[in-house]
Design a binder for this molecule. Structure first.
Ligand SMILES: NC(=O)c1ccc[n+]([C@@H]2O[C@H](COP(=O)([O-])OP(=O)(O)OC[C@H]3O[C@@H](n4cnc5c(N)ncnc54)[C@H](O)[C@@H]3O)[C@@H](O)[C@H]2O)c1
Length: 318
C-alpha cells in the first residue's frame, strides 16, 4: 500500500489536472456512476468526525475527517484525516492519503468549476473571505480557470504569511488585504467564503452584492451561515454540488425556511457542466458546496496514479 502524505500531494498537484479530475467526477455523478450514502457526521464538544464512503465502477474508498476549528489557534490544521483508496475488485487497500490535502484540492477544484460555469468569462478579480487552507486552494484553482489580475483578501485574524505564499503561485496577480469586507466585495467579481463563521460574513446590502459570482464553501451545519439574505434575492437559481446541502447547510436551510428561495430554484452543478449557459454581465450567481465523497475518490485516484507515475509516496507493508 502506498502512503501519500501532504508533502507528496502538494508537490505533484497541478490545478488544471485537478479541475479536470473533479469535472469528470461531476460528469460521473450526472450519469449515476457511483454509490454514495449521505455522509455520516458526528459532533461532540464542538469537534466533528465525518465518514464519507463511496463506490465507483472501478475503485472505491472512504474519507474520515476530523474538524476542530480551534486548532488554528494552536497552529494546527482545522481539518485532518485520511482517505483509504481500495482496489475495485478485491477491496485491497491501494493507498492511504492525507485527507486535509485531498479535501483542499478537490474543494478548490469544485470552486473553480463553479467559477467556470457561473462567473462572467471576463471576471478578473477574486475576493477570498477566510484566508485559511480552503481559501488558499480556492485561489490556486480559480486562477487556473479565469485570468485573475487582482486577488482581494479578508480575514478576521492574522493570516501570517498567506499573501507571501500566494505570491509564489500567482505571480501575475496583484494581492491586497482589505480592511473591510465591503471593500472586498466591491473590488471582486468572484467572491469565495471559506470561514467557520456561524453568521453571514458578507454585508446584507443588495446594491453592493449585485452582479457577482458567490461561491460559499464554509457552512456545513444547519445553524451556520456565510451568505446573507440579499444574495438569494438577487440570484435566480442556487447551484449546489449535492441536494443533501439543503439539509446540511444553514446557507440553504435558512432561505428555504423563510421562503426566500424555493426548492425548485436549487439546481445541481453537474447540470451546468452538461449544458453550460452564458453568464451575462451584471448577473448574480451563487454556488454552495458541502463536499462530496465521489470527488474525494476521484481526487485520491488522481494522486495515487500521479505518485505511481512519479515514483513517489512511501510503500507500507501491511
Ligand atoms: N464545502 C466543502 O467541501 C468544504 C471542504 C473543506 C472545508 N470546508 C469548510 O470550509 C471552512 C474553512 O475551512 P479551512 O480548512 O480553510 O479552515 P481554516 O481554519 O484553515 O481557515 C478558516 C479561516 O477563516 C477565518 N475566519 C473565521 N471567521 C471569519 C469571519 N467571520 N470573517 C472572515 N474570516 C473568518 C479564520 O480566521 C481562518 O483564517 C470550514 O467551515 C470548513 O468546514 C468546506
Amino acid at each position: 500500500m502506498l502512503y501519500i502524505n501532504k508533502k507528496t500531494i502538494e508537490a505533484v498537484a497541478e490545478p488544471g489536472e485537478m479541475i479536470k479530475t473533479v469535472e469528470n467526477a461531476f460528469i460521473a455523478f450526472g450519469k449515476g456512476e457511483y454509490v454514495m450514502p449521505a455522509r455520516f457526521g458526528f459532533e461532540h464538544h464542538g469537534k466533528t468526525v465525518l465518514y464519507m464512503p463511496c463506490f465507483t465502477p472501478d475503485i472505491f474508498g472512504a474519507k474520515t475527517l476530523t474538524i476542530v476549528p480551534e486548532n488554528r489557534l494552536k497552529g494546527l490544521p482545522s481539518i485532518d484525516g485520511f482517505v483509504i483508496l481500495n482496489h475495485g475488485e478485491t477491496g485491497e487497500p491501494l493507498a492511504l492519503l492525507d485527507a486535509k490535502s485531498i479535501t483542499a484540492w478537490r474543494t478548490g477544484a469544485t470552486g473553480a468549476l463553479a467559477a467556470k460555469y457561473l462567473s462572467h468569462k471576463n471576471a478578473d478579480s477574486l475576493g477570498i473571505v477566510g484566508c485559511g487552507v480552503q481559501g488558499f486552494h480556492q485561489i490556486l484553482c480559480i486562477c487556473a480557470i479565469r485570468s485573475i489580475k487582482k486577488i482581494n483578501l479578508y480575514d478576521i485574524a492574522d493570516t501570517g504569511d498567506f499573501a507571501d505564499r500566494l505570491k509564489a503561485h500567482c505571480p501575475g496577480a496583484a494581492i491586497e488585504r482589505c480592511g473591510k469586507i465591503e471593500e472586498l466585495v466591491e473590488k471582486s467579481n468572484i467572491v469565495v467564503t471559506a470561514t467557520f463563521s456561524e453568521d453571514p460574513v458578507l454585508p446584507d446590502d443588495p446594491a453592493l452584492l449585485r452582479g457577482k459570482c458567490y461561491i460559499a464553501v464554509g457552512s456545513y451545519k444547519p445553524h451556520v451561515r456565510e451568505l446573507p439574505d440579499s444574495v438569494f434575492k438577487l440570484a435566480a437559481d442556487v447551484y449546489v454540488d449535492l441536494m443533501h446541502a439543503c439539509e446540511e447547510s444553514g446557507d440553504l436551510i435558512s432561505p428555504l425556511n423563510s421562503g426566500l428561495i424555493k426548492k425548485d430554484q436549487i439546481k445541481l452543478l453537474h447540470s451546468l457542466i452538461e449544458s453550460p449557459r452564458t453568464i451575462e454581465s451584471g448577473e448574480t450567481t451563487v454556488f454552495k458546496t458541502v463536499g462530496m465523497a465521489l470527488n474525494d475518490i476521484f481526487a485520491s485516484r488522481y494522486f495515487y496514479n500521479k505518485a505511481l507515475e512519479k515514483g513517489c509516496g512511501i510503500n507500507l507493508e501491511l
